[in-house]
Ligand binder design. Structure first.
Ligand SMILES: Cc1cc2nc3c(=O)[nH]c(=O)nc-3n(C[C@H](O)[C@H](O)[C@H](O)COP(=O)(O)OP(=O)(O)OC[C@H]3O[C@@H](n4cnc5c(N)ncnc54)[C@H](O)[C@@H]3O)c2cc1C
Length: 479
């Protein structure tokens, strides 16, 4: 009999699997796709030798997540930590740059520098408790007081009606709303502001690292550790019913609540089924990968140093784009996220070529090709960009949903990120990873802490399962 069956090999499923294998249990992972990794896969999807991240590209939590810290992910693979974590261009060649160097960021923000310092310095100082709070469950006792308090106060300001008060320049508000918009939704709102501040302060602590070779290297490191401790991964195996997994002593599902209903619905009590049906999925992403003949010709040269760029324009532009998506409209000027990894990592494209990763926010389920809108937004801040494009490949939101069952309607966060679903993800419980079926746990990004590559949903679920099913404590993860 297998001790643990894990369904889904995204970073959360693999994190849980590694913990069980390290605890000396037998582990089998079942993955629907032909290769493991979930959101952390990198493929030659356009031309040979040009490596495109299919989903995640930039990893703000790679060095800051307690799971990855314990796993020593930082030293298991090679990383690039760009000098500018993220950049936010404005029209006429202006830009806000979030340098890894906090003092330089403050200095270059000019008149708004001290305002930024007051907002971000306390989070940097108390980063450990900020991260423990952000990557835990809100229904648990916070890890500390000062960090979470400052995070809450900052989010009240930047997520509330007075969010425009007191700025002297256009750069800082644009930059703050650009990072808040990662979680997709109308702005301002408290939860996006808090998520933005968490990501934003990491820009100046661990930076926003990019794995050399692409995000698949993260999956490879997890799979290698799992296999080294006796675990096995079976690809091309979509699980449609719990019965296919018996007789495992414990089952961990790196799947959406919708898939949980399909896989285990007949064994779940009605009230839990109803809660899963009430779980809401967010709007979505349309992804476009490019092969370029040269780096993006940014008007502002500082952008060439950035690992991540938010190409949307002013705060008002971001608000408009996000409001349109919330109304079900495809923006002509969408919120675009970009990364050009080949600028830092020569292994990603042959000499003289570059790969560019981009996506924009679109309504859920969209099958619209947004290549032209994304191209126009880049061209706006990088005149001549069009002439550098050799190839492009679109993945619509609808295609993202068929690529990965966890991205329902193309929702790459596996569930709306709002106050209700911070508290009830997918159910209102201090142990939301636990399902009513003994020994069956949910461990995907549809459980706390949600969206992103951090492995923490897997770690929280595994901690619970180790204790409840096997009476074991957390094993060490050091190599
Ligand atoms: C376009 C895009 C860009 C992104 N960019 C970033 C970024 O830059 N940085 C970042 O941190 N995050 C990013 N993300 C988000 C990140 O990829 C996810 O939050 C993260 O991968 C979630 O991990 P997970 O383990 O919960 O699920 P996933 O990584 O989604 O993995 C779930 C796995 O389970 C498998 N599965 C599902 N159902 C079944 C079943 N019934 N049987 C067998 N297998 C099943 C799926 O095939 C998949 O492999 C991005 C996502 C997308 C789509």
């Amino acid at each position: 009999m297998t001790d643990v069956a894990v369904v889904g090999s995204g970073p959360n499923g693999l994190a849980a699997a590694v913990l069980f294998a390290r605890a000396g249990l037998s582990v089998e992972v079942f993955e629907a796709q032909s290769e493991p990794g979930g959101g952390t896969r990198t493929r030659q999807s356009i031309l040979p030798d040009h490596w495109h991240d299919i989903c995640s590209a930039v990893h703000p939590m790679a060095f800051a997540s307690p799971f990855f810290k314990e796993f020593e992910l930082g030293s298991r693979l090679d990383w690039v930590v760009p000098e500018v974590s993220y950049a936010h261009p404005l029209d006429h060649g202006r830009a806000a740059l979030a340098y890894l160097d906090f003092e330089r960021t403050v200095a270059e923000l000019g008149q708004d520098g001290s305002r930024y310092a007051r907002l971000i310095s306390p989070l940097i100082k108390h980063s450990e408790t900020v991260m423990k709070t952000a990557l835990g469950s809100l229904l648990r006792v916070p890890a500390g007081i000062t960090g979470p308090l400052n995070l809450g106060l900052g989010a009240l300001w930047q997520g509330g009606p007075c969010w425009n008060a007191g700025f002297a320049t256009a750069e800082l508000p644009a930059m703050l709303s650009g990072v808040a918009a990662h979680s997709v939704g109308k702005l301002p709102n408290f939860v996006s502001a808090a998520a933005g501040l968490v990501l934003g302060h990491l820009a100046h602590t661990t930076g926003w690292p990019i794995p050399v070779g692409g995000s698949r290297r993260i999956a490879e490191a997890l799979v290698a550790d799992l296999q080294a401790h006796g675990g096995r991964v079976h690809t091309g195996q979509e699980i449609t019913s719990l019965a296919e997994l018996s007789p495992a002593r414990a089952i961990f599902l790196d799947v959406s609540p919708q898939s949980l209903l399909a896989i285990a619905g007949d064994r779940l009590p009605q009230n839990y089924q109803n809660a899963l049906r009430r779980f809401r999925y967010n709007n979505a992403a349309c992804k476009v990968d490019f092969i370029l003949s040269e780096p993006v010709p940014w008007q502002n040269p500082g952008l060439a140093l950035a690992g991540s760029v938010h190409a949307v324009g002013s705060r008002a532009d971001t608000v408009r784009a996000e409001a349109e998506v919330a109304r079900g409209v495809h923006p002509e000027r969408p919120y675009v996220l970009l990364s050009q990894p080949s600028q830092f990592d020569a292994s990603r494209a042959p000499a003289g070529h570059h790969v560019l990763w981009s996506y924009c926010h679109v309504p859920a389920g969209s099958d619209r090709d947004m290549t032209e809108q994304i191209t126009a937004q880049i061209e706006r801040f990088a005149p001549g960009f069009r002439d550098t494009v050799l190839h492009s490949k679109v993945t619509t939101a609808a295609e993202l949903a068929s690529y990965n069952a966890n991205y329902v309607g193309g929702d790459f966060g596996s569930g709306t990120v709002d106050l209700r679903q911070l508290l009830a993800r997918p159910v209102f419980s201090a142990q939301p990873w636990k399902t009513p079926i003994p020994g069956v746990y949910l461990c995907s990004a549809s459980t706390p802490p949600g969206l992103g590559v951090h492995g923490m949903s897997g770690m929280h679920a595994a901690r619970l399962g180790l204790k409840e099913v096997f009476g074991l404590a957390m094993p060490t993860l050091k190599s």
